[in-house]
Write a protein that binds this ligand. Structure first.
Ligand SMILES: Nc1ncnc2c1ncn2[C@@H]1O[C@H](COP(=O)(O)OP(=O)(O)OP(=O)(O)O)[C@@H](O)[C@H]1O
Ligand SMILES: [Mg+2]
Length: 371
């Protein structure tokens, strides 16, 4: 029989989301510009960006919760642009848990299942699975007011996943929790997402959260997704000054391309020549920024004592040096700008006012064309 029908959707994971050329205007102001996004089935995808960059708007468009100007959304290959939220088969977790205060943990988790007329043994089985997944079994008869913030968010997660949604949408679900709990619950969310094989689209402005949780992430700025990639890829090869600076600290040196070889591009910055990582080839003479993370830089007393494998990049003066636990964070400056370097905390703390040479690990810094 089945051979006469169209092939079944590919077995296994579901929940592929395709956002195609979405534009959204709010009272005449464009908050999303022709945005494209492809989230694979089973993937944990994070939208990361500063406040007001359009993360929540994009998530709510995928959810079907707001009207937008043009473009389309497809889930598992079908266009859902005009499908009401409740028919999209999605789960939601937001910053404000919005649990029902008069219902117990178990009743909160079972709520959506009952609405969908799941009853009897099927209901009990699914509820028990969710209590186990979220490790809330021992708290099943408590009310939300008797739970910590982290436990309440686990209930919200259980409630969202109980109906086995195709896609779980999370908007800053850890935003109201303290740092330690954010990390613990973040790992929990990742485990639960993987065990339940649910596609997750997660919104945050916290880069560490994005790194820990995501298979891939998209960095948003002012209504654009500026770069998409695995966390490490985006961190180590930012494609713009915005991404480089938003994802942690970076040191920028004005530079000009002077040559290429097989595994790098040589640039001149001030009096020094530095080999950057091989990226997309830039024409000789192109003005660019050489961007190096603090951990890619060393400090030496002179050009002669720069360590092997490192290349001098600037003569600077120490302006601040502080013990930071695992590292010593050193601030430096020259006439072109200021810089930041993390030293191993076993090293001596440099004296303010000392002249030093900054060097960068060869072929590690990236080049960003100057526009
Ligand atoms: N209903 C609305 N009417 C008018 N403007 C809106 C509306 N909702 C959002 N905006 C604007 O759209 C832009 C994007 O907002 P959005 O909530 O998507 O940002 P965000 O990236 O989620 O920020 P945050 O990290 O602060 O939550 C902002 O400039 C915001 O002021
Ligand atoms: Mg938001």
């Amino acid at each position: 029989m089945s051979s006469t029908h169209a092939p079944a959707p590919s077995a296994g994971k579901r929940g592929e989301v395709i956002v195609d050329q979405i534009t959204c205007d709010f009272s005449g102001t464009r908050v999303l510009h022709e945005t494209d996004l492809m989230v694979q089935a089973g993937e944990f995808f994070t939208l990361l960006g500063p406040s007001g960059s359009g993360k929540t708007t994009l998530l709510r468009i995928i959810a079907g919760l707001i009207d937008f100007t043009s473009g389309s959304v497809a889930i598992d290959g079908s266009d859902v642009t005009h499908l009401p939220t409740q028919q999209r088969d999605l789960g939601f977790v937001f910053q404000n848990y919005a649990l029902f205060p008069h219902l117990t943990v178990a009743q909160n988790i079972a709520f959506g299942l009952k609405i969908r007329k799941v009853r009897g043994a099927a209901l009990t089985k699914r509820l028990d699975e969710m209590l186990e997944l979220t490790e809330l079994g021992s708290l099943r008869d408590r009310h939300p007011a008797q739970l910590s913030g982290g436990q309440q968010q686990r209930v919200a997660l259980g409630r969202a996943l109980a109906q086995r949604p195709r896609v779980l949408l999370l908007d800053e679900p850890l935003g109201a929790l303290d740092r330690r709990l954010r990390q613990d619950l973040g790992s929990e969310i990742r485990r639960i997402q993987q065990e339940s094989e649910t596609t997750a689209i997660y919104v945050t402005h916290d880069q560490e959260e994005a790194y820990i949780l995501s298979d891939r992430m998209g960095v948003m700025e002012a209504g654009y997704i500026r770069q998409v990639g695995a966390p490490r890829e985006v961190y180590s090869a930012p494609n713009s000054d915005f991404v480089a600076n938003f994802l942690g600290e970076t040191n920028s040196f004005a530079a000009e391309v002077v040559g290429h070889d097989r595994d790098g591009t040589t640039v001149r910055t001030g009096e020094f020549a530095v080999t950057a990582a091989a990226g997309s080839p830039l024409l000789i003479g192109t003005a660019c920024t050489l961007s190096a993370r603090p951990e890619q830089i060393r400090l030496s007393a002179s050009v002669e004592t720069v360590p092997a494998g490192y290349e001098s990049v600037a003569r600077v003066t120490v302006t601040d040096a502080r013990f930071f636990g695992q590292t010593i964070r050193v601030r430096l400056a020259d006439e072109r700008g200021s810089y930041l370097v993390d030293l191993d905390s076993a090293e001596a703390i440099p004296t303010i006012g000392t002249p030093v040479v900054m060097s960068v690990r060869a072929r590690s810094a990236v080049l960003i064309p100057t526009h």
